[in-house]
Design a binder for this molecule. Structure first.
Ligand code: NAP
Length: 435
């Protein structure tokens, strides 16, 4: 029997699904030991720091992750950072194969004047802020304004807009970071504008997310029904409408045609609106948008403009990967061919491989396909890795699976009396101290 040692860097969905695929590919002849390495003291990646706190069902996939993590041959090494505590080159030498599953955590820039003004944030910082990510807890989020603008027409923009627009008591029974929940309760934001540069038929939202908006008890949602009707006509004229586009447009039309309830909070959708400039004296005061139209299937500028006065702008226009030494990048992701990286023993999965697209489940088939290639490429196994000893010799305090389980249960216990699924630790020291 051959035993191969595989390192997976990144403990998010793509990393866990890669581990699961390897576990499923084991036979009488081939077994794997899997060392999962994660820079944060906690695993689960975007399931912990990305998924919106009012979407607890999506987070139940963590049960699958824990089953994978407690299977034979799996070891967790959290609080270990590639490029700081260990290099990719070292991992490539120690392990039979290295799987990069580090995602894409840096927000793309709008590249427009005023983007750096105080009060202009990226969803790549705002989302982990409300999700208790230790690196983002100090983010300066000023909610002392009546109006916020969210730029982008994808599900991240939708999450951000909803979190800003809902009545914060709706977040009380969730695992929203305590610092964020306190600030949201004090928030003066009552109007949230969500702005996409193309038409409703091009929006990247998915329909379940649109369909939950009318369920918000304290927030009116405004969509211009003329814009949706026009989008439907354009889409029909262009040929057969895909199921997803039809479902999105139907969901938007239902919202557009519903009666406003004159609630204190409101969300407004704007399409065909390109952000041109963020203006303000030292801090955000308004966003200037260019108005577009769709002509012969192309989105073009009309030359007209409009302005939204606001005190907060959050751009949610996609992500790119943070570079790791020893890897080449193109278009914000690791250069690869079907997940293979050069002619090394390195593979890439998830957003680091294909860019920031797809839902959590998309990573399952994606990681499985890449792990099949990895297994095909394996040759003579190297001797067992003594990664734990190497880390200890460097004085690195890592969080093992057992240690993580203590953190996990302490969080869950802290949440119980408050009716929350958990109260997340934010400070690294608190988490490391629980060993
Ligand atoms: P996304 O779905 O790719 O949406 C990005 C949006 O930003 C698009 O509307 C895009 O418009 C717009 N955009 C890009 N560059 C822009 C610019 N310079 N100016 C103005 N707008 C710009 O990305 P995402 O929202 O970050 O989501 C990432 C992935 O995670 C998606 O697959 C999403 O479905 C998934 N996700 C799922 C959930 C969920 O299931 N509940 C929640 C969050 C995220 P164009 O189309 O015109 O480029």
């Amino acid at each position: 029997m051959k035993i191969y040692n595989i390192a997976i860097v990144g403990a998010g969905p793509a990393g866990y699904f890669a581990a699961q695929a390897l576990q499923n590919l084991q036979t009488e002849e081939i077994k794997f030991t899997i060392d999962m390495i994660e820079r944060l003291p906690t695993p689960w990646g975007l399931v912990r720091s990305g998924v919106a706190p009012d979407h607890p069902k999506i987070k139940t996939v963590s049960k699958v992750f824990e089953k994978i993590a407690t299977s034979e041959g799996f070891r967790l090494f959290c609080n270990v950072e590639l490029d700081k505590d260990i290099s990719l080159k070292e991992l490539q030498e120690i392990y039979d194969a290295v799987v990069i599953a580090t995602g894409s955590s840096r927000g793309k820039k709008l590249g427009i004047p005023g983007e750096e003004l105080s009060g202009s944030l990226s969803a790549a910082d705002f989302v982990p802020w409300y999700n208790a990510h230790p690196d983002h807890s100090e983010l300066d989020v000023d909610l002392n304004c009546d109006t916020a603008v969210v730029i982008g027409a994808g599900n991240v923009a939708m999450d951000v807009a909803r979190i800003l627009a809902l009545e914060p008591h709706e977040l009380d029974p969730t695992d929203t970071a305590t610092h964020a929940l306190t600030k949201l309760h004090q928030s003066s934001v009552r109007k949230v504008h969500i702005c996409g540069r193309r038409g409703p038929e091009h929006a990247a939202f998915t329909s379940p997310e649109l369909r939950e908006l009318p369920k918000l008890e304290h927030t009116d949602v405004h969509i211009d029904h003329n814009q949706i009707r026009a989008a439907q006509q354009r889409a029909e004229a262009a040929g057969e409408i895909t199921k997803d586009v039809k479902s999105n447009l139907d969901a938007m039309l239902a919202i557009a045609e519903s009666q406003s309830k004159n609630l204190a909070r409101a969300m407004y959708f704007h399409f065909l609106s390109t952000p041109l400039e963020i203006r303000g004296d030292g801090k955000v005061e308004e966003v200037i948008f260019g108005i577009n139209e769709v002509k012969e299937g192309r989105v073009i500028s009309t030359g007209k403009k409009f302005t939204i006065k606001c005190g907060l702008v959050i751009s949610a226009i996609g992500y790119e990967s943070v570079e790791i030494a020893g890897l080449s990048y193109e278009n914000g992701r690791v250069k690869n061919v079907e997940g293979r990286v050069n002619s090394t023993n390195t593979y890439v999965v998830g957003w680091a491989k294909r860019g920031p697209s797809g839902v959590i489940g998309t990573n399952k088939s994606d990681s499985t396909d890449v792990m099949k290639l990895l297994v095909e490429d394996l040759k003579t196994p190297k001797s067992a890795s003594h990664f734990d000893q190497l880390l200890s010799s460097r004085g690195i305090i890592y969080v093992s699976q057992e240690h993580w389980e203590k953190i996990n249960s302490a969080e869950v216990q802290a949440g119980e009396p408050l009716g929350k699924p958990r109260v997340k630790f934010v400070k690294r020291d608190e988490m490391l101290g629980l060993n």
